[in-house]
Design a protein around this ligand. Structure first.
Ligand SMILES: *[C@@H]1O[C@H](CO)[C@@H](O)[C@H](O)[C@H]1NC(C)=O
Ligand SMILES: *[C@@H]1O[C@H](CO)[C@@H](O)[C@H](O)[C@H]1NC(C)=O
Length: 261
């Protein structure tokens, strides 16, 4: 037993060093909690429910189990762009959960192919040189989602106080979740905001990633989570890899933990 633990620890170290390179020396890896990942995967999955009344009343197929007792506060639907998000209070987590849905299965390909290479200057303060994917950026910043989400968070805080905020999303929804999290921290000055995404496409260049990491050192981007696939939408694996820079490191750590636990 002892030997096995050592072996696991040794493998973990190799894995972390291989994956994260120099960064490991500077800061400890973000804490990855598999229960939380499964829970957030369920929240992410629920947003794909087609029956909106089931979603609103939290009686959908995915709305039980780990997410029981969730109270929906704001359901935001952008019909024109086929986007959706919700905000509510998770009593188990004592946190506000914000979940984003990307487009329907066949149209994410369009978003990515049409818009992937169109980079946009990112005009957040102090982030010169940062460029982002214009489609994903606009899907959050230039639709009804941003106002809806901010409004939902305000309402939830009025009812439950300044509880932590957990933002999540799958695929393109993960891309929007990332922009949202950064927005809440930089533009709204919220402090306790965390991000966990699933199968998220890349959203910006290297400069953007490094700014992102400064604001969100503990963001977790799950990319290959065999253990939680049942908790995710069926087309979890359906997202392309291209040459944008991911915000760094989290993947490998997560991957490894999934094998360990
Ligand atoms: C992991 O997250 C769950 C909530 O989903 C929490 O109850 C638990 O305490 C966390 N574990 C650790 C080690 O932080
Ligand atoms: C935002 O939307 C407006 C009108 O819908 C459009 O003219 C503008 O180009 C969009 N901005 C971005 C960055 O996509």
């Amino acid at each position: 037993m002892e030997r096995r633990r050592w072996l696991q620890a040794a493998v973990l170290m190799c894995f972390l060093v291989l994956c994260s390179g120099r960064e490991l020396k500077d800061k400890p890896a973000p804490v990855y909690n598999s229960t939380l990942a499964k829970t957030l995967a369920e929240y992410t999955s629920a947003v794909y429910t087609n029956d909106l009344s089931q979603l609103f009343t939290w009686t959908c197929e995915k709305c039980g189990d780990l997410t029981e007792g969730f109270e929906m506060v704001e359901l935001i639907i952008d019909v024109q762009n086929c986007l959706e998000a919700y905000v509510g209070f998770a009593s188990d987590l004592n946190a506000i959960v914000v979940a984003f849905r990307g487009t329907q299965e066949n149209s994410i390909q369009n978003w990515i192919e049409d818009l992937f290479w169109k980079q946009l200057d990112f005009d957040y303060p102090g982030m010169d040189e940062a460029k982002v994917h214009s489609g994903f950026y606009s899907a959050y910043h230039n639709t009804t989602l941003r106002d809806g989400v901010v409004n939902g968070i305000q309402k939830t805080m009025e009812a439950y106080g300044n509880v932590p905020i957990m933002v999540t999303g799958h695929s393109m929804g993960g891309a929007m979740a990332s922009f949202c999290t950064l927005d809440l921290i930089v533009n709204y000055g919220l402090k306790d905001v965390t991000l966990m995404t699933f199968g998220q496409p890349r959203i910006g260049n290297a400069e953007f990633s490094s700014h992102f990491k400064k604001y969100l050192p503990n963001a977790i981007r799950v990319t290959n989570a065999h253990d939680i696939v049942p908790h995710l939408p069926p087309y979890y694996h359906y997202f392309p890899q291209k040459t944008y820079h991911h915000f760094p490191r989290e993947v490998c750590v997560v991957l490894f933990h999934f094998r360990l636990l």
